[in-house]
Write a protein that binds this ligand. Structure first.
Ligand SMILES: N[C@H]1[C@H](O)[C@@H](N2CCC[C@H]2CO)[C@@H]2OC[C@H]1O2
Length: 329
C-alpha cells in the first residue's frame, strides 16, 4: 500500500497544513492537521458543543453506517501551546489518498479550547507521533500511521511542505523527485514518544566558517508553526538582524518587515538543513514589524523544528528504523 495527499496551508500565512481525510461510510472528507508532535486522531463532530463550532466541517457520526461507539472510552489532551480538547471515541473507516484502515479510533471532540474553536481551517488533528502518547483511557488507541504501517510498501511517511502553497505527504514510499542531494538520517530518542533527535550545531547565514558546534535536542513537529530554539541560538540569529526587537506585548522577537534576513541552518554531522532567510519572516504584524519565524523554546524540554524549518526540507519519518531523515530541496 502507498498513498499521497496534498498538504495545504491557509491563505495568508503558513500557520498549519491540512490534508483531506475521508471518514465513514459514505466517506465524509475533513481537513485535518497531520501532527507529528502528538498521537491523537481527533475531529470536530456532531458531538462538539455547538457554540464552539465556528464553520469547521464536522464529522457527522449518525451519517456513517460504519461508525461504532467505543463505550467507556474517553480522551483529554493539552498541547504545548496551551490549547486543549476532550471527548469520546468511535471506530470508523478512514482513508487518506490510497491508504485506508477500517477500524481506526476516531476521537470525537465534545469540548475544544478557544484557540482550536477559532481555527476554522482545520477540523481536527491526525496524530503521527508514537501511539504510546495517545490519551484515550482506559484503553490507549493506535494512531493511523501505526495502524497502516505493516501494510505500507515501506514503513515510512514523508513531508514535503511548502512556503505559501500546497505541498504533500506521502505514505509508504520515498519520492526521489521531491528532494536534492543526500538524505541525512538522525536517530530518535528511544525514551521519547515524539520524533525527537539530537541536532549537532547551527549556522546563522551561509558562511560555513561561522558554523557553531552545539548539541540541542529537538522534535520534528509538523503541527508547530514556528522554529523554536534555545535562547542562545535565538540571540545569535537576531544579532545578525538590524532592527530586530523583542516585543513584550506579543512575547515574540520581531523583525523589520523590510529586513533582508540571514539563512539559518541546523547541523546533523556534516549535513546542513538550510532554512532560507525569507522563510524566517513569518508575516506582518503592523506597518513596520513582522513576526520572526525563529522564537525561543525556553521552558520546553526540547526545541521544535516546526513548519518554518520543515517547509524548507524534505522530511522522512521512518517508523521501523526509528529515524528522521532530512534533505534539502
Ligand atoms: N504539535 C503542536 C500542535 O499541533 C498544536 N496545536 C494543538 C491543537 C491544534 C494544533 C495546531 O495549532 C500545538 O502547538 C504546538 C503543538 O501543540
Amino acid at each position: 500500500m502507498t498513498g499521497t495527499a496534498v498538504a495545504s496551508p491557509p491563505p495568508g500565512a503558513d500557520a498549519e497544513y491540512v490534508l483531506p481525510v475521508k471518514i465513514g461510510t459514505p466517506p465524509q472528507t475533513l481537513p485535518l492537521n497531520l501532527d507529528t508532535g502528538s498521537s491523537d486522531f481527533w475531529v470536530i463532530s456532531t458531538d462538539t458543543y455547538p457554540p464552539q463550532v465556528q464553520g469547521q466541517t464536522r464529522y457527522n457520526v449518525s451519517a456513517s453506517t460504519t461508525a461504532r461507539r467505543l463505550n467507556g472510552e474517553s480522551w483529554v489532551i493539552r498541547y504545548g501551546d496551551g490549547s486543549s480538547a476532550n471527548g469520546i471515541v468511535y471506530t470508523d473507516r478512514v482513508q487518506i489518498g490510497n491508504t485506508f484502515f477500517d477500524q481506526q479510533a476516531v476521537e470525537s471532540a465534545v469540548n475544544i479550547s478557544n484557540e482550536i474553536s477559532d481555527d476554522s481551517f482545520s477540523s481536527g488533528l491526525l496524530g503521527a507521533a508514537s501511539s504510546a502518547a495517545n490519551t484515550v483511557r482506559p484503553d490507549r488507541q493506535t494512531t493511523y500511521l501505526d495502524n497502516i504501517k505493516s501494510q505500507l510498501a515501506r514503513p515510512v511517511f514523508t513531508a514535503n511542505l511548502k512556503k505559501g502553497k500546497p505541498g504533500n505527504y506521502n505514505f509508504g514510499y520515498i519520492n526521489g523527485s521531491e528532494y536534492t542531494g543526500p538524505i541525512q538520517y538522525a536517530a530518535i530518542n528511544p525514551q521519547s514518544p515524539l520524533w525527537e533527535i539530537s541536532v549537532s550545531g547551527y549556522r546563522v547565514g551561509s558562511d560555513n566558517t561561522k558554523y557553531v558546534a552545539r548539541v540541542w535536542n529537538a522534535i520534528a513537529d509538523t503541527g508547530t508553526t514556528l522554529l523554536l530554539v534555545p535562547d542562545d541560538i535565538v540571540s545569535a540569529y537576531y544579532a545578525q538582524v538590524n532592527g530586530s526587537v523583542f516585543s513584550n506585548d506579543v512575547g515574540m522577537m520581531l523583525v523589520p518587515c523590510a529586513a533582508k534576513l540571514p539563512d539559518f541552518a541546523f547541523g546533523l554531522g556534516n549535513y546542513r538543513g538550510v532554512v532560507p532567510g525569507s522563510y524566517i519572516n513569518y508575516g506582518r504584524m503592523n506597518k513596520t514589524y513582522c513576526y520572526g519565524g525563529i522564537q525561543s523554546s525556553a521552558g520546553a524540554p526540547f526545541a521544535v523544528l516546526g513548519d518554518i524549518a520543515l517547509k524548507a526540507q524534505f522530511v522522512v519519518f521512518d517508523m521501523a528504523n526509528k529515524v528522521v531523515g532530512f534533505a534539502n530541496k
